[in-house]
Write a new protein. Sequence first.
Length: 257
Amino acid sequence: MILSVVLFLIAGLSLAEEGAINPQNRTPIKNIRENAQEKRQEVRAYAQETREEIKIRTREATRAFKEELEQKREELKINVEQKREELKTRIEAKREELKQRLEKIKDDRKKQAVERIDKQMDELNDRLLKHYLSVLDKLSDVLVKISERADKAEERGIDVAAVRTTIEKANNAISVARSATETQSSKTYTIQVSAESTLKIDVGRARQALHNDLIVVRSAVKSAHDAVKNAAVTLAKLPRPTPTSTPEITASPTATP
């Protein structure tokens, strides 16, 4: 009986001591929790601010990128049109000179054939250059879409440095291809008529010259196509929260000269 009373008194004393201690300890614990909560809120606010800064920066960069591509496109269009107008005068003069050179050829059918081939070469050059310009415009549009998707990935905190590098390379490749196309747009090909016996050889030389130059342009356009495709593939390798489709490269530079 006495032992039970002693144990009861000891238990009561322990509870009294705990009650006396806890009120003193609750205040610092509460402060720690409040401080931790404030820190978390600060981190969230900072993270949100950082994401907004990234969002603004990337979108401004993409807007500038789009404007740059559009400016280059318009400049090329104007330059090519000017060269075509200048070329018309040169082609007319060239054809008159060809008629004079063909006076030494007695066979009228051969004369007509040569004049027809001369006209066809200019038409082929013009048609393929229009095709290549159209391909480059489409590649530029795809590159802008890749850049926009890279922006969204960066806003989510994903490292897109590799994609940016491929975009820059693709942009440079497109510029090179446009320059080659512009240069080609000012060219025409003269058939040198030496004699009736060498007429076929003379025509073949002019045709080969056109073919060689068009191969250079087509190669430049293909390089731009491959560079844009590489940028799209690099973009597709980025981690994504939800499945999305990769920009399709449908423009084909493989027209045969």
